[in-house]
Design a protein around this ligand. Structure first.
Ligand code: 2AM
Length: 502
């Protein structure tokens, strides 16, 4: 049966994210048609949600779904990235009219989004690839939304996207509280804005996830250092993270870390929950995509990549357990002040975080040249302020940095961040050296420090490296006393080889 009133928008794919996004849209007064390949799921969803302000319209076939939508049609796809997305698009295309808009809200690889946008444009259709961040809770009560694609299509989607997005206070950057986080709210700035053409939205979502990998790992290193160097128990560390959440590190991930550390094991109340969780971390691939892209573009993003590798090494549980019996560490203990070290770990976390964000923003800066986008970095930081996993008060400072200088080459060069790192670097260095001396792994803290020291070095040992390349491969070198771009080669002697015994 076709609905009498055409729906404002439609959504394909009623897994949890799809259901929650549909309910969020309907809560804001938009009529939304839904379709799912398995029809029972649609029936159940409609039956479970009889009352919504905008109205949910269940449809049993793609043809009914398409016919139920107001023109130009707007259809969100929320199915697994990759083949499923292509399958749904292929099913929709023959049923559509010129100028209809398909919106992919999945975690698509941005190059797929570029391809799809081009293919659909060739068929007279419009395509938006929108990052949707914030998990299930975000989708339901206010996600951070990163749309990329044809600008006109965005303008049609904008009223819905702005209505359902998380909202933050423009001055403080803090989420506007509601009955539940992000909902219901009035006023504030929505955490969505047009990102750029074709794959720009999905690219920025990928960088968000890469940054998220970095943030999570850095928090884990702070926890490992407090535990390894000071022997603190989970609940006490939970208290420290709660305190940190009142200051410059105020963020969703610090907040949930405090909650997690205070949580008892439901099977044994005497134990901390975190102590019974197996230490192997999974991953879905967006951190890897970010790191691979960094290598492809030649942009240094070592801290984000270290965070991915940290998950990889965590997954080698059996090997690590075996190696722990053979490979010995230094056996050195920290004997200084607890309070001073906790503060130093805080500072190390803050400085490392600044470097990790600097790397993420460097990636976006290079990608915009590579793909011809015009990204607004201050606005992107603003979109990250609410709704998503990396939401944090700190992002307001990034917005302010780009307002001061839209052409900022690296976040570290902004006066605010420069000052923070200057003040806190002594503590950061202390923590990284203690970690090394006492044998506590701190891959992102130390890689961030190396990044900082490399970036601030007017001269790196690459002079020797290039000389090596010239020696064995005649790769040539430039000279410090000659203009850049002039290449030289030295006639090296034959390498001396050890004499073979007769
Ligand atoms: P399903 O309920 O019929 O499995 C997450 O898996 C969501 O994507 C589900 O709603 C699922 O539908 C849908 N999905 C997965 N693969 C799909 C495909 N190839 N075509 C259409 N929907 C698909």
């Amino acid at each position: 049966m076709m609905a009498k009133t055409p729906s404002d928008i439609g959504l394909v794919g009623l897994a949890v994210m799809g259901q929650n996004l549909a309910l969020n849209i309907a809560d804001h007064g938009f009529r939304i048609s839904v379709y799912n390949r398995t029809v029972e799921k649609t029936d159940r969803f409609i039956a479970e949600n009889p009352q919504t302000p905008g109205g949910l319209v269940g449809t049993k076939s793609l043809a009914d779904f398409v016919a139920s939508l107001a023109k130009p049609r707007k259809m969100i796809i929320l199915v697994p990235a990759g083949k499923a997305t292509d399958a749904v698009i292929d099913g929709l295309v023959p049923l559509l009219d010129p100028n209809d808009i398909i919106i992919d809200g999945g975690n698509a690889l941005w190059t797929d989004t570029i391809r799809r946008e081009k293919e659909l444009r060739g068929k007279g259709l419009r395509f938006i690839g929108s990052g949707v961040s914030g998990g299930e809770e975000g989708a339901r009560f206010g996600p951070s939304l990163m749309p990329g694609g044809e600008f006109g299509a965005w303008q049609e989607l904008k009223p819905i996207w702005e209505a359902i997005a998380a909202k933050v206070d423009d001055k403080t950057g803090r989420p506007i509280p509601g009955a539940k986080p992000g909902w219901p709210v009035s006023g504030g700035v929505p955490c969505t804005a047009y990102i750029g053409e074709n794959g720009a939205g999905h690219y920025v979502k990928m960088i968000h996830n890469g940054i998220e990998y970095g943030d999570m790992q850095m928090i884990c290193e702070a926890y490992a250092l407090m535990s390894g160097l000071l022997g603190l128990k989970a609940a006490e560390m939970g208290g420290i993270f709660s305190e940190w959440n009142q200051g410059s590190l105020d963020s969703f991930l610090i907040e949930i870390t405090a909650d997690i550390l205070k949580q008892r094991d439901p099977n044994n109340k005497r134990k901390a929950f975190v102590d019974v969780v197996l230490d192997t971390a999974g991953q879905k691939g967006t951190g890897k995509w970010t790191s691979t892209n960094a290598l492809d573009m030649g942009v240094p993003a070592p801290t984000i990549a270290e965070a991915v590798f940290a998950r990889c090494i965590s997954a080698l549980k059996d090997e690590r357990v075996a190696a722990a019996k053979i490979l010995k560490g230094p056996g050195k203990k920290y004997r200084g002040s607890k309070q001073a070290l906790v503060q130093a770990i805080h500072d190390a976390l803050y400085c490392s975080k600044i470097c990790s964000y600097a790397q993420g923003f460097q990636l976006m800066r290079t990608a915009q040249q590579e793909y011809g986008w015009k990204l607004n970095f201050g606005e992107i930081a603003q979109i990250f302020r609410g709704g998503c996993i990396i939401r944090a008060a700190f992002l307001q400072k990034i917005t302010e940095a780009y307002a001061r200088n839209p052409q900022l080459a690296n976040l570290l060069l902004d006066p605010f961040f420069n000052r923070i790192v200057k003040q806190a670097q002594e503590n950061w260095r202390k923590v990284v050296s203690l970690a090394a001396e006492c044998g506590v792994p701190a891959p992102t803290f130390s890689s961030a420090l190396s990044y900082y020291d490399s970036y601030r070095s007017a001269r790196l040992p690459a002079n020797l490296l290039q000389a090596q390349r010239d020696y064995f491969g005649a790769h040539t070198y430039e000279r410090t006393d000659q203009p850049r771009g002039k290449f030289f080669h030295l006639d090296w002697p034959e390498p001396t080889r050890p004499q073979l015994e007769a």
